[in-house]
Ligand binder design. Structure first.
Ligand SMILES: Cc1ncc(COP(=O)(O)O)c(C=O)c1O
Length: 392
């Protein structure tokens, strides 16, 4: 197991606050910030657009970052498209597949809005959308996905880990079920990549979308879309960087991934993400997964023991613990935790209104963990919540 005290030195803000809002975005380690500084201060230029030394170094470092990200997710660089976030990655699939009226998409009730709205909007094109329900702990039964498949099902889109409940899906099984019937599968790995070992090749999904700014510890403004067969998808944007030859009559696109990356990309962000992924690899993603799961189980158990606190989600959970204090608005709980103990947690609907409304509440408080959180921080959260119950 890694040495948490030396890890914490790479995240100086942790000396100031207890940061338990990792489901929204994580902190970025010093080596990744240094890699971005080096880009700005030592060799900044554009990507793929010049013969001079700075352009060459920029292009090499950007492509090295892509190679590392692809290796981390166990896919190939040509199948690894760099985007600005998971929402963009998912929308690229919704906008880039060739939809016909009567096509069918399956998603679930327990999705982030970014994995619901892009499919719901397809209804305007005559696409049917089925939203499979979940149990009260946010778990999806793959049999329910199987039962929803029709001969027109073109895509099944599910998250790997719920950002509301921390429940973990058997995405390998769901992929197998869907592909058996000829449907494609998109896995939204926003809450899994970097928090647990993810092997895109083994999952077998057609698309895997994730931000770079959550478990992979990269900066905001980075995301990834892994595409198994780049030929099935039209690029959402075209322009500089995507094209091999142009006349005034026609153009010939570059192969993947370039054809999906129009314009100047987030070069410093991607270089920072590459270094962040290397950092995660050095620590070991299996150990990170165990650490975060242990913290989440401990937090869920201790919070559930407090009278007047309800904890949601399954026992076997990733590092996400949602709860409510009876008689208190979740935003007030979050504000008090911040004001009294500098604890940063998320409150509200977590961009997933249907999932939260299923609980019959108007929001939850969510503590979500990363590799750098400690048991002492959980103890402080539990003490803080206990004190709040006395105010309720
Ligand atoms: C499960 C899930 N999907 C999608 C997203 C959207 O990610 P991004 O903000 O990077 O687009 C999030 C963000 O919290 C998420 O938790």
């Amino acid at each position: 197991m890694f040495n948490i005290h030396s890890v914490r030195k790479d995240f100086p803000v942790l000396d100031e606050v207890i940061y338990l809002d990792n489901g929204a975005t994580t902190q970025t380690p010093v080596p990744a910030v240094n890699a971005m500084n080096d880009y700005f201060l030592k060799y900044a230029a554009n990507h793929g657009r010049g013969a001079h030394r700075l352009a060459r170094q920029t292009t090499d470092n950007y492509e090295d970052a892509r190679d590392r990200i692809a290796d981390f997710l166990n896919t190939a660089p040509e199948n690894t498209v760099l985007t600005k976030n998971a929402s963009e990655s998912i929308n690229m699939v919704a906008l880039g597949l060739n939809w016909e009226a009567g096509d069918h998409v399956i998603t679930t009730l327990v999705e982030h809005h970014s994995n619901l709205l892009p499919w719901m909007r397809l209804r305007e094109k005559g696409v049917d959308v089925t939203i499979v329900g979940s149990d009260s702990e946010g778990c999806i039964d793959p049999k329910d996905v199987d039962a929803a498949i029709t001969e027109r099902t073109k895509l099944v889109s599910v998250n790997h880990v719920s950002n509301v409940f921390g429940s973990i899906r058997d995405v390998e099984k769901i992929t197998h079920i869907a592909q058996k019937s000829g449907a494609m599968v998109l896995v939204d790995g926003s809450q899994s990549a970097g928090h647990m070992a993810v092997d895109v090749n083994k999952i077998g999904c057609d698309f895997f979308a994730t931000p770079g700014h959550k478990g992979m510890l990269g900066p905001q403004g980075t995301g990834i879309l892994c595409i198994k067969d780049p030929d099935v998808l039209e690029p959402t944007y075209v322009g500089g960087g995507t094209v091999h030859a142009v006349t005034t009559e026609s153009y010939e696109l570059e192969p993947s991934p370039s054809k999906f990356e129009a314009g100047t990309p987030n070069i410093p962000g991607v270089i920072g993400l590459g270094r962040a992924v290397e950092y995660v690899q050095e620590i070991g993603v299996e150990d990170i997964e165990k650490h975060e799961k242990d913290l989440a189980s401990y937090a869920a158990k201790c919070l559930a023991e407090i009278e007047g606190v309800e904890v949601y989600g399954p026992e076997d959970r990733a590092g996400v613990v949602p709860f409510n204090v009876e008689g208190m608005n979740p935003h007030d709980v979050a504000m008090i935790l911040d004001e009294t103990r500098k604890i940063c947690v998320r409150s509200g609907y977590h961009c997933a209104m249907p999932s939260v409304e299923m609980l019959g509440v108007e929001g939850t408080v969510r503590a979500s963990f990363a590799l750098y959180n400690t048991e002492e921080e959980v103890d402080s959260l539990v003490e803080g919540v206990e004190q709040i119950t006395m105010l309720a």
